[in-house]
Write a protein that binds this ligand. Structure first.
Ligand SMILES: [Zn+2]
Length: 405
């Protein structure tokens, strides 16, 4: 039952997280931009943000904040500064990441830029890839060798006969046939020090019926992850898959579910009571079918679910499934989300919501003592949501990981 993803990582001995921070303690100052310290904050014009040792050491109006003489100052006049973005649904499965342990750093940084850092991402959740590539990749990022976001990683568990139609048939996937097998798989992921688990509570099988995971199997994996204080994501696929999420106490819906007419009143009540979060992945539905009418219906249904979920009070986490989809540009996702949410709500899904949901207490806002994870935008995202995709500079842990040429 144990798939290659897990075995290879165990063989490589990739246990433990790479904690090494970059040694160079440069002080970076952003000066002259307008600042939204949080999604609900008023705009602070002519702001100064000082970052030292990976932390925001001072924030305030120009003139009120002391700028150290040796600091590297980035002029942000005419630009808008917000907290670093989270993409809570990505995959490091493209060919560019193969052999990430030994591949030269420059092309890895280059592809990271194309896919993630030029769109402002400072933290991402990988919801399924080969740990043999992804664990060394995140280690090299943490060491400052490759410029990229902080990577959190969930280990996948599929139901019996649950090989998705869209994944290569030759790919070995970890399937759990019994609750005990789910327990063992989840324990294996915890031993690898992964950050969470992803369950396929429903699997797309092409022309054949959806295969759902038994709730007792899902519950067994959830119990292991929760005992380690780690979150569980699920790919639901259909209403039964959503009901399994509810029955098993899964934390996050990794997709909306646009083929089945929206969440029922009963589902919404349970999802709210359990504090379940939703990653809408709206632009994904523009890539799966090539018939415009069908695509428009799928997207409208997914937007409607996002609206239902948000009005129900559930936390929304930004995520695109990038890596699985080739659409790197986030503009469309923002436009589609804005059909259901305000600009401030979209910004929250990128910053304060994931920080709060994933208990990153000093992330997701631009405040003294918080992580120096910041995005400088060319335009004000509250006057036009598409400005969230117009990134000028991305800073993670006080280091510039992307600078627009
Ligand atoms: Zn995905």
């Amino acid at each position: 039952m144990t798939g290659t993803w897990l075995r290879t990582a165990l063989l490589l001995g990739l246990l433990g997280t790479a904690a090494a921070a970059s040694a160079d303690a440069e002080t970076i100052v952003l000066r002259g931009g307008s600042l939204y310290a949080s999604p609900d904050a008023a705009l602070l014009p002519d702001a100064v943000i000082v970052m030292t040792d990976g932390v925001i050491s001072a924030v305030g109006k120009s003139g009120d904040v002391n700028v150290p003489a040796d600091a590297r100052v980035i002029d942000c006049s005419g630009k808008t500064v917000v907290a670093g973005f989270w993409n809570s649904h990505v995959h490091f499965t493209e060919g560019a990441w193969h052999n990430a342990a030994t591949a030269p750093a420059a092309p890895l940084t280059g592809h990271m830029q194309e896919m993630l850092t030029r769109w402002g991402f400072t933290t991402v959740w990988d919801l399924g890839s080969d740990p043999q590539d992804t664990l060394p990749l995140r280690k090299r990022i943490a060491a400052g060798e490759v410029a990229g976001p902080r990577i959190l990683m969930a280990g996948s568990i599929f139901p019996k006969d649950g090989h998705p139609a869209y994944l290569p048939a030759a790919m070995q996937l970890p399937e759990a046939t019994t609750p005990d097998e789910a327990t063992q798989l989840a324990r294996g992921y915890m031993a690898l020090n992964l950050d969470g688990v992803k369950l396929f509570t429903g699997v797309y099988k092409g022309g054949k019926p959806v295969v759902n995971m038994d709730p007792a199997i899902a519950r067994a994996a959830v119990d292991v992850a929760h005992a380690a204080a780690k979150p569980v994501f699920a790919h639901p696929q259909n209403q039964v898959g959503v009901d399994t999420v509810i029955a098993a106490g899964v934390d996050i819906l990794a997709h909306s579910n646009p083929t089945e007419g929206g969440y029922t009143t009963e589902q919404l009540a349970r999802l709210k009571a359990q504090g379940t979060a939703l990653i809408p992945t709206l632009s994904l539905y523009t890539t799966v079918v090539l018939i415009p009418d069908v695509t428009n219906r799928l997207v409208a249904a997914a937007v409607n679910e996002l609206k239902q979920f948000s009005e129900n009070g559930g936390p929304i986490l930004f995520g695109t499934d990038v890596g699985f989809i080739k659409l790197y540009d986030t503009t469309l996702e923002y436009e589609l989300m804005h059909r259901a949410l305000s600009e401030r709500q979209v910004l929250a899904s990128l910053t304060s919501n994931p920080a709060q949901y994933f208990k990153a207490a000093r992330n997701g806002r631009v405040e003294q003592g918080f992580d120096a994870d910041l995005v400088v935008l060319d335009g004000d995202p509250l006057s036009d949501v598409r400005n969230l995709a117009k990134v000028s500079t991305t800073i993670r842990a006080g280091h510039v990981i992307y600078q627009k040429p």
